[in-house]
Design a protein around this ligand. Structure first.
Ligand SMILES: Nc1nc2c(c(=O)[nH]1)N[C@H]1C(S)=C(S)[C@@H](COP(=O)(O)OP(=O)(O)OC[C@H]3O[C@@H](n4cnc5c(=O)[nH]c(N)nc54)[C@H](O)[C@@H]3O)O[C@H]1N2
Ligand SMILES: Nc1nc2c(c(=O)[nH]1)N[C@H]1C(S)=C(S)[C@@H](COP(=O)(O)OP(=O)(O)OC[C@H]3O[C@@H](n4cnc5c(=O)[nH]c(N)nc54)[C@H](O)[C@@H]3O)O[C@H]1N2
Ligand code: SF4
Ligand SMILES: [Mo]
Length: 727
């Protein structure tokens, strides 16, 4: 008997697609997009369209494993190589769940007794963004254990902090409204690759005469399709946005009424932008003076105009300020008032689920009597190698592959190799990180567990139902941490909560936009749009005067979050001047400080090329790297460079080159194809063990943190390149 199950894609992607899985006799036989989902409208990206290959891959980890061989023997996991050959699981032996849980519990107990519970470090990120799989039972467990806390800053904190410093909350234009725009700026947004469900709305707008401008140092597929591609120099967006505001303000192209009613600090901004005339901005960004002026004038006068900024912009050292400055643009043009206007980095803040109820941070009280120390996930290399108070003695990895995705890879690997470090990894596959695990635990995919799904690219909440029974002995994150809590002897009631209990707890929130949205309704309807007419006052999301909330009308009407001001700041106004930034040594308006690793500093003498250590369009960070069907769509091991930089170094297309800086080196093949301008080189992220030399591009990236939000700086990296000469 065939059955169709509604699920939601939980991968770390703004789109959070509605998914339909057809099941025949207990086996998933088909996956398709849910045509009823108003944003993702029935299609899936190439990665998830082939998801049956992932779920039923012969390389899935299906049983708990214990290490019996040396750590870090690269490639010894069950990896399907391109040749089709499957390597054995040699360094591991199969054990039972009871054995695995007992061993972890006894190691955690003895490590806690000897070194203190904070010597245990959880490490997780975006494997699943399901609300429960991402942060619920796991957090309860580590809070109760008194483990170190992890600052999950590897991706988006700089941008979120930058946007919050202006709006008070990280939310913006809904994707459906892009169809009404006449001028769309994709600012550091690889829409085709990373956010493909926005593309049909942009195409619809373009059929109605809209212009698409892409601001990106790399000629992405999105840029190649655009009406105007601006290959801005990396890390110079602050200067560009201030330069645009110089033109818009000095030429009186701003909305004086909106500015006076809904912003504070316009006079300070007006003064500040005088330091950024187009002539100076052109020098930093690599644009012509005329282009800076044209961009500013078109953006301010062709209406409605909208900015889709994505997280690429905030992976630079000045990424917080960049996000802050770009977020100011619609506040001075007043485009927030228009359907199809405004700005979107994320929609996540609007969901306002009761995350505290899922995580129960108060459990730290019963173990430590105080909050545990916090370690930034970006600095894992440092955390594992430095003698700390206390030194990290155990690492529990789930939802993440740090041996591939972390910056300063060589230091991370040095740490993971430590024989005195006890490492547990809960995974679906034998990744770069499981190669260093003492215990590997098998994890379910979203086909095999239930979850609640929000989004960061639209405003629909979904329930994701399990389509099939867990394969082998796989367990979901929730089930695994519940079992581990019991093995540790934690008797708190919260460790007995079911998935349904926790979904109800998450939905029990004062956010008025959740009014009327219950688990039962989600289970019946699959997806539900946030209720922007809900009544009540959320303590942080809704400004004090609730009548100024959103846009009145029916639930299908466009959501205009800041049409009437109503910013989520204490004054309800957008902060063009933000006094609190002074405390971190930042300009309370904004000013352009070039990244330390950029062409604008003396560091470029030794390492003159700016590296973009990019994501692959057909993988999701390091996820999917091992699947043959997707490997076939990507060419790996390439360094893209301009012909000017190649010629100057005697390098021709196809030559093997050595790419290096003080942190590491990697051999790649030069590709001279015009996707980057002079001074910039680019390469893609992949599993390290599938890269020649077992090292990926993160050997070159640094643990330096951003100006706001303490995020990673993957796109502020200087390198040099030379022809590879075998010794
Ligand atoms: N196919 C696919 N989809 C994904 C992912 C994936 O790996 N593959 N990853 C997911 C994740 S975790 C995230 S966070 C989102 C991220 O989605 P995006 O924010 O789109 O992420 P990036 O690809 O990091 O950066 C976008 C673009 O910014 C450009 N860029 C780099 N530096 C600068 C700069 O200084 N200025 C400007 N203007 N542009 C710059 C890059 O060249 C890149 O094309 O995508 C998600 N979706
Ligand atoms: N050079 C470079 N490095 C980067 C980036 C870049 O652009 N360039 N991007 C950065 C960004 S934006 C991000 S967000 C990070 C992402 O860092 P991570 O979140 O670590 O990303 P992934 O590589 O997708 O690894 C997720 C792992 O979780 C596993 N997984 C999936 N679902 C589950 C589950 O339900 N349970 C468990 N236990 N495991 C599961 C997957 O199999 C996968 O191996 O990478 C960062 N690193
Ligand atoms: S990865 Fe993104 S685009 Fe692909 S199915 Fe999942 S949510 Fe949709
Ligand atoms: Mo990310």
């Amino acid at each position: 008997m065939k059955q169709v199950v509604h699920a939601a894609c939980p991968h770390d992607c703004p789109d959070a697609c509605g998914v339909l899985i057809t099941v025949d006799d207990g086996k998933a036989v088909k996956i398709q997009g849910d045509p009823a989902h108003p944003v993702t409208r029935g299609f899936l990206c190439a990665k998830v369209a082939k998801y049956l290959d992932r779920v039923y891959s012969p390389d899935r980890v299906l049983y708990p494993l214990r290490r019996v061989g040396a750590k870090g023997v690269a490639g010894e996991g069950p990896i399907r190589l391109r040749s089709g050959q499957v390597r054995a699981t040699r360094p591991f032996e199969r054990i039972t769940w009871d054995e695995a849980l007992d061993e972890i519990a006894s190691r955690f107990t003895s490590i806690t007794a000897e070194f203190g519970s904070e010597s245990i470090l959880p490490y997780s990120y975006g494997g699943t963004l399901g609300k429960l799989g991402y942060a619920s039972m796991d957090r309860r467990f580590f809070h109760r254990l008194g483990a170190s806390q992890l600052a999950r800053n590897i991706c988006s904190e700089a941008g979120a902090a930058g946007v919050r410093s202006v709006y008070g909350a990280n939310m913006g234009t809904e994707p459906e409204q892009f169809r009404h725009s006449k001028y769309i700026i994709a600012w550091a947004a690889n829409i085709h690759g990373n956010n493909v469900h926005l593309w049909p709305f942009i195409e619809e707008a373009r059929r109605n005469g809209a212009k698409l401008v892409v601001i990106d140092p790399y000629r992405t597929r999105t840029a190649a399709c655009a009406d105007w591609h601006i290959p801005v120099n990396p890390g110079t967006d602050v200067a560009l946005a201030l330069g645009m505001m110089h033109v818009i303000i000095n030429e009186n192209l701003y909305d004086a009424d909106y500015v006076s009613r809904h912003t504070v600090g316009f006079d300070e901004l007006r003064q500040k932008v005088q330091e950024y005339p187009p002539e100076k901005v052109a020098g930093w960004t690599g644009m012509s003076v005329a282009d800076v002026q044209k961009l500013a004038r078109e953006y301010a006068t062709v209406r409605p105009s909208v900015i889709r900024m994505n997280y690429g912009v905030q992976r630079s050292q000045n990424g917080g300020t960049a996000s802050r400055t770009i977020a100011m643009l619609p506040c001075i043009t007043g485009s927030w008032k228009e359907v199809g206007g405004g700005f979107q980095l994320s929609t996540s803040a609007a969901f306002g689920l009761n995350e505290e109820a899922l995580k129960l941070p108060e459990l730290m009280q019963s173990s430590l009597g105080r909050p545990a120390r916090t370690i930034n996930m970006v600095e894992l290399g440092k955390a594992l190698n430095e003698v700390n108070d206390p030194t990290v003695k155990a690492l529990f990895v789930y939802n993440s592959n740090p041996a591939a995705v972390c910056p300063n890879h060589n230091d991370v690997i040095r740490g993971l190799r430590r024989s005195d470090l006890f490492t547990v990894v809960h995974e679906q596959f034998m990744t770069d990180t499981t190669d260093y695990a003492d215990i590997v635990l098998p994890a379910t995919t979203f086909f095999e567990h239930k979850d609640l799904q929000s989004a960061y690219g639209h405003y629909y909440l979904q329930v994701s139902n399990p389509a099939i029974e867990p394969l082998g002995e796989c367990r979901s994150n929730v089930d695994m941490f519940r079992a581990l809590a019991h093995s540790m002897g934690f008797e708190d009631e919260c460790f007995n909560d079911s998935v349904e209990d926790m979904m109800d707890q998450a939905l029990d929130s004062p956010n008025p936009w959740l009014t009327g949205i219950t688990r039962e309704r989600l289970e019946n309807e699959g997806h539900v749009r946030l209720n922007f007419n809900g009544s009540g006052v959320h303590p942080t999301l809704v400004a004090k005067d609730a009548t100024r909330m959103g846009h009145p009308g029916t639930s299908s009407e466009p959501f205009l979050p800041f049409a009437n001001g109503n910013f989520r700041t204490s004054s309800g106004k957008a902060l063009l001047y933000n006094e609190s930034l002074k405390a971190s040594g930042l300009d309370p308006v904004a000013s352009f400080v070039p990244p330390e690793e950029s062409r604008h500093t003396a560091n470029a003498k030794a390492f003159p090329l700016e590296l973009l250590a990019r994501k692959a369009d057909n993988f999701l960070n390091s996820t999917f790297s091992n699947l043959p069907g997707l490997q076939a769509l990507e060419v790996f091991g390439l360094l893209e460079m301009s012909s000017a930089d190649a010629t100057a170094r005697g390098i021709r297309d196809g030559d093997t080159v050595r790419v290096f800086n003080r942190r590491g080196e990697i051999q790649l093949k030069a590709q001279v194809d015009g996707k980057v301008s002079a001074g910039v080189v680019a390469a893609k992220l992949n599993w390290a063990k599938l890269t020649p030399g077992n090292r990926n591009i993160n050997v070159l990236t640094s643990e330096k943190l951003t100006d706001m939000g303490n995020s990673a700086t993957f796109y502020s990296v200087l390198v040099e390149v030379e022809l590879f000469r075998p010794a």
